[in-house]
Design a protein around this ligand. Structure first.
Ligand SMILES: [Fe+2]
Ligand SMILES: [Fe+2]
Length: 340
């Protein structure tokens, strides 16, 4: 088996504590094969939302996407590493279940999606901040936070495809087809975001800003991988996907206005303008055909779909609060300032 091409792959990030250092040091070696090597690392009192655990988890998950330059591809299915990943996932999921709270019997998914689709007339998240008092520096920081996800947009949800059936599957794939450019590489949403980064003078390489990412950014992306990689959590993947699509048009519309006000290049506006239009259609398909059909087929998944929606809101709110709190205090919201 060959090692992957270093030219197209990200570099391993710098460790941020004992867990991330264990994982990063380990995958820098050749993967053992033919025997099970247990990784003796204590999770101790690691914060499940903290940078150390989330970075360790992000590195584990990335082995299923593009991998890292110089990292042996066989680590992806190394039982010792998967066992450690499982323990970190247990801690992360337990914290999410605690913070999202119980899903009550009358918390139906229809009501939940209707609540999400109400257009807010005011708010205090970053897209509101950027539209009122945002500077170009704030905008660039926003792009950097979002680059971790948008350069792999559509990928974490795509794990759900083999787990769906019938109308839910057909409709889900129809939406993902748009995310992946409808057959045109230049229209792949990941590419549109890479074009945006290039147009605003930022690095558009995949995970190019991993060392700038705060824990809150990693939590938001790791949540999608956690849901996507576990068949048991397929309902929550679909809930997360639905929440993403339903809330995208109004947030993207605010971004278009903020970018126009700041005189942003056309490529930057285009990424968000595309999401205003496409996601208004996606929202309808996702609500009726993906979620509606999935829950009709597998009624037991309804609570999981609601959990996916609420977990999305919980982690996105944490990231939003972090950005706005830093900007309001006149500080960078990144782990280190961009000019470093
Ligand atoms: Fe998209
Ligand atoms: Fe979409």
């Amino acid at each position: 088996m060959t090692l992957a091409q270093p030219t197209t792959q990200p570099r391993l990030p710098s460790a941020r504590g004992p867990l991330s250092s264990t994982v990063i040091d380990l995958v820098a070696e050749r993967a053992p094969h033919g025997h099970l090597q247990r990784i003796e690392t204590s999770l101790g009192d690691a914060d499940p939302y903290g940078l150390d655990l989330q970075l360790a988890l992000a590195v584990c998950y990335e082995l299923h996407y593009q991998g890292f330059a110089g990292v042996d591809s066989r680590w992806e299915w190394n039982a010792g590493l998967l066992h450690l990943r499982g323990r970190m996932e247990d801690a992360f999921l337990a914290a999410l279940r605690r913070d999202v709270g119980p899903i009550e019997a009358d918390d139906g998914v229809e009501a939940e999606m209707a609540r999400l689709s109400l257009e807010p007339t005011s708010g205090n998240g970053p897209t509101w901040f950027l539209g009122s008092e945002g500077t170009w520096e704030h905008m660039q920081e926003y792009f950097v936070h979002r680059s971790i996800y948008h350069l792999k947009e559509g990928d974490p949800h795509a794990w759900a495809i083999p787990r769906l059936r019938g109308r839910a599957k057909a409709a889900f794939v129809a939406v993902e087809f748009d995310e992946f450019g409808g057959g045109r590489p230049s229209e792949v949403h990941q590419q549109l975001f890479a074009d945006l980064l290039a147009a605003v003078g930022l690095d558009n390489s995949y995970l190019g800003y991993l060392d700038y990412a705060v824990a809150e950014s990693l939590v938001a992306v790791n949540l999608m991988s956690l849901f996507g990689l576990h068949r048991a959590l397929r309902g929550s993947t679909i809930g997360h996907f639905a929440a993403t699509e339903i809330t995208s048009p109004s947030g993207s519309q605010r971004m278009v206005r903020a970018l126009e006000t700041l005189g942003a290049p056309a490529e930057a506006i285009r990424f968000y303008a595309e999401h205003v239009e496409a996601d208004a259609v996606h929202e309808q398909i996702v609500r009726a055909d993906v979620v509606g059909d999935l829950v009709a087929r597998e009624p037991d998944l309804e609570d999981d779909v609601v959990f996916g929606i609420r977990a999305f809101e919980f982690v996105e709110d944490r990231l939003a609060d972090h950005m706005v709190a830093c900007w309001t205090a006149g500080q960078t919201s990144l782990r280190r300032p961009l000019e470093d």
